[in-house]
Design a protein around this ligand. Structure first.
Ligand SMILES: Cc1cc2nc3c(=O)[nH]c(=O)nc-3n(C[C@H](O)[C@H](O)[C@H](O)COP(=O)(O)OP(=O)(O)OC[C@H]3O[C@@H](n4cnc5c(N)ncnc54)[C@H](O)[C@@H]3O)c2cc1C
Length: 400
């Protein structure tokens, strides 16, 4: 007999299954307009099932999202992460945690359908790992803020309608305390987006220049001076979004490696050993990510976000290199370095491109060295990094 604890869960699962069936029956995914499909998914509460009703969810356990995602993937439904990776992976949880009701109503649905793509405006030429030292200024002017400064490495800024911007509002406070978080309209005249070309040939990211750009105060996320606290929500979700995916066993990069191995006529035993080692590592990471995701559902924040981020960066690089080795001479070819403005980020549409793109994995979303600092300090309790500027007003910190 089901326990009292089991009953509501079973009822919740039934509701979710009914909604999935309704969605797939009313909007067959094959040939559907992705925006229409995703809009219907949002309206039925299947976007983020743990969000409140009317905001893309049903107020149920986040564990049920796995069921939804699996059914969507089996049915060949459009993938919101692929279409709007920064909005879906980081923007939505940040808006949900810190936004007003009006902001949630305004942003979440078009974010999920990718009618409005989002970008993340954190890094600057002088502030990457130490992002809290950033210089872009926001100065209050009545009901608006005036923004001046430069951001860099801004993925998908060329497609973005909205940017998550952290700017300095009080230079006389220590660096973490003088920051404020805004949502900025990327289509206004004071915002200039210039492409930055990567080693793949693509320009997936950009430099962004703000010259007297304006943000209404109602587009601020969180309180004035609370920008660092809001940023942490974005950054924690970024790590999970980049390194915490739970693909089916044997899929992703290791799946590609196995496919290439099967096509090889010469079954070299040394390459076979390397392939099996990599397969085991990929499976261990997958299981670690499953454990991390279960911990998050119980509300126990674990260090696994940083572990998954470090290990997936190293493993991606390793497996894509192995793929080229398995391909032999063919692995040295590359289609074209022609400059392309891609429609999405982190696309691995060829093995060669995936090999080149994977080099960025240990930098983007926080470098592997910074992840090691986090694990060393917060998990192992090792002595902290040297931080001489922590308590100094930002305006008094020497910088080049
Ligand atoms: C593909 C890609 C996409 C990106 N997309 C975005 C985006 O959309 N939005 C955005 O805001 N940013 C984005 N970034 C920027 C990314 O977050 C930064 O590159 C990253 O945080 C590192 O900053 P940095 O490049 O300034 O390097 P730096 O911080 O200058 O670091 C240089 C080197 O020093 C090491 N280092 C620095 N500090 C320490 C320390 N305390 N202890 C040990 N080692 C240290 C670093 O690990 C690194 O090896 C992207 C980067 C890449 C590669």
């Amino acid at each position: 007999m089901a326990s009292t604890l089991d009953r509501p869960v079973a009822a919740d699962e039934k509701l979710v299954l009914e909604r999935i069936e309704q969605l797939l029956a009313e909007h067959p995914p094959k040939g559907a307009d992705p925006r229409e499909f995703l809009g219907a998914q949002f309206d039925l509460g299947l976007a983020w099932v743990w969000f409140p009703e009317g905001e893309g969810g049903l107020g149920l356990s986040p564990g049920l999202q796995k069921l939804i995602n699996e059914r969507m993937s089996e049915a060949g439904a459009p993938e919101p992460f692929r279409r709007n990776p920064i909005g879906y992976g980081m923007g939505a949880p940040t808006v949900m945690s810190h936004g007003s009701e009006a902001q949630k109503k305004r942003y979440l649905r078009p974010l999920f359908t990718a009618e409005e793509v989002w970008c993340q405006l954190f890094s600057e030429p002088g502030a990457g790992s130490d992002v809290a030292s950033l210089s872009t200024r926001a100065v209050r002017d009545g009901d608006e803020w005036i923004i001046n400064g430069q951001k860099v490495w801004t993925t998908l800024a060329h497609l973005a309608r909205w940017g998550m911007l952290v700017a300095r509002t009080d230079p006389e406070q220590p660096k973490h305390k003088g920051l404020t978080y805004f949502v900025v309209d990327m289509t206004q005249p004071g915002v200039e987006v210039r492409p930055l070309r990567q080693m793949t040939g693509e320009a997936e990211f950009n430099e962004v220049y703000f010259t007297d750009a304006r943000i209404p105060d109602k587009e601020r996320l969180g309180e004035v001076g609370e920008g660092w606290r809001v940023s942490l929500t974005t950054l924690m979700n970024e790590r999970v979004s980049i390194g915490g995916s739970i693909a089916p066993r044997g899929s992703g990069p290791i799946g590609e490696a196995v496919k290439i191995w099967k096509k090889r006529e010469d079954k070299d035993p040394v390459l076979r050993d390397r392939l099996i080692d990599a397969w085991i590592d990929a499976e261990v990471l997958r299981l670690t990510n499953i454990r991390a995701s279960e911990n998050r559902k119980k509300g126990t924040p674990g260090p696994e976000g940083s572990i998954g981020k470090i290990i997936s960066a190293d493993l991606n690089k390793h497996i894509w290199s192995l793929c080229l080795d398995l391909m032999g001479a063919e692995g040295t070819l590359y289609g074209s370095y022609a400059m392309v403005r891609p429609e999405t980020a982190m696309a691995a549409d060829s093995v060669w491109k995936a090999f080149l793109r994977a080099r960025a994995n240990s930098i983007e979303g926080g470098t592997s060295e910074i992840m090691r600092n986090i694990l060393g300090e917060r998990v192992l309790g090792l002595p902290g990094d040297v931080r001489t500027d922590k308590e100094l007003p930002w305006s008094q910190v020497p910088r080049s």
